[in-house]
Design a protein around this ligand. Structure first.
Ligand code: A2P
Length: 340
């Protein structure tokens, strides 16, 4: 019997993540029978390449999904809220990269290295959510430690690339960097402050508790993915002038006694993780090395000498790939292999 192939749609195909989704489908040889590339009316008629063919971009509407088996969405939360239900009504399964559905109890929130079996919950709404980019790379590194030693508390600070905000933010960092070097006026439209040569402790909107929405995503999504409401997480999320690759300083307190060498040995054999940790030779994970790759890199693994069962580590991954497109396509692969 010929292997099954699927009619696939990418909503937000012209964006930073959408383009990477198209590349991931190609690179991973996803069994695509047909592909629809969807974006706003602004992009209608643009042509993008898929597997050597030019495909014309069409407008995303309620009627885009007839005959589509799997739709990968990355066109913003409002667009997902509006169009994912229509896709589901057409019998299509949506894998959504926005934050719109992540905390819905009827929508699985999946990182394939951590909770692949959660995909089984998709029939309730026909939607599966892809977690926040910073959360994905953190739980890939945390889950093996949680399974072995039990994690009590996590304190994380992030150093997040501008590509997470989209193509306009990549252009803004490029333009501002050039303007500063050429001594011309710095223009800003995406971020409230200059991002070039700066750090902004502000990602997504501020909430009533003083945290940003991005910080609270890391708290709530971590608990949902790792299926443990007792894990305490506190986060400070910072945008830095890096194009691709989020970095995170992660401090962990475990329930059982643990040592840095045990954590390194455990992570060496954990799925999706590569330990890069030879500080004597200046070797540790860097966003410029992680860019374009699909693994989560962990280094600077140290005992936290200030508490009994504590570990510090530095976690880096490509936010557009593992943090978004790759994780989405991995979820689609599980759907195709086990459910559709
Ligand atoms: P478009 O290029 O037509 O604006 P990024 O995160 O890089 O900014 O990309 C966002 C993606 O979401 C783009 O593909 C964009 O399409 C798409 N998008 C944004 N708003 C809508 C909308 N209302 N309907 C359909 N697609 C949208």
């Amino acid at each position: 019997m010929a292997p099954k192939e699927y009619n696939v749609a990418v909503a937000g195909a012209t964006g930073a993540v959408g383009r990477q989704m198209i590349s991931c489908l190609e690179e991973r040889n996803f069994p695509v029978k047909s592909i629809k590339l969807l974006a706003s009316s602004r992009s209608v008629g643009r042509r993008l390449r898929f597997n050597g063919q030019e495909v014309e971009v069409a407008e995303l509407t309620e009627n885009s999904f007839s005959g589509v088996d799997i739709a990968l969405f990355s066109a913003g939360g409002g667009t997902s809220k509006r169009f994912a239900p229509s896709a589901a009504e057409h019998g299509c399964v949506v894998v959504d990269n926005s934050s719109a559905w992540r905390m819905d109890p009827d929508v699985p929130l999946v990182v394939p290295e951590v909770n692949p079996l959660a995909v089984a919950g998709y029939p309730k709404k026909h939607i599966i959510a892809n977690p926040n980019c910073s959360t994905i790379q953190m739980v890939v590194a945390l889950n093996p430690i949680h399974q072995a030693y039990g994690i009590k508390r996590v304190v994380v600070s992030t150093y997040q690339a501008v590509s997470g905000t989209g193509l306009k933010a990549i252009e803004e960092l490029t333009g501002q960097t050039r303007a500063r070097m050429e001594n011309t006026p710095v223009e800003k439209s995406v971020y409230p402050h200059q991002i070039a040569f700066n750090c902004l402790p502000h990602i997504d909107v501020f909430l009533d508790n003083g945290y940003t929405k991005e910080e609270m995503k890391m708290v709530n999504e971590t608990r949902k993915i790792m299926a443990d409401e007792d894990i305490q997480v506190t986060a400070t999320t910072v945008r830095v002038p890096v194009f691709y690759g989020h970095s995170e300083a992660v401090n962990i307190e475990t329930r059982q006694p643990v040592s840095a060498s045990e954590v390194a040995a455990l992570l060496e054999k954990s799925p999706g993780v590569k330990v890069v940790d030879d500080p004597q030779n200046n070797v540790y994970p860097l966003p410029i090395d992680a860019a374009g790759k699909d693994l989560t890199y962990v280094g600077r693994i140290r005992d936290d000498e200030s508490i009994a069962n504590g570990i510090n580590m530095w976690v880096v991954a490509d936010n557009i790939r593992k943090g978004a497109a790759t994780n989405t396509v991995q979820i689609a692969e599980i759907l195709a292999a086990d459910y559709l």
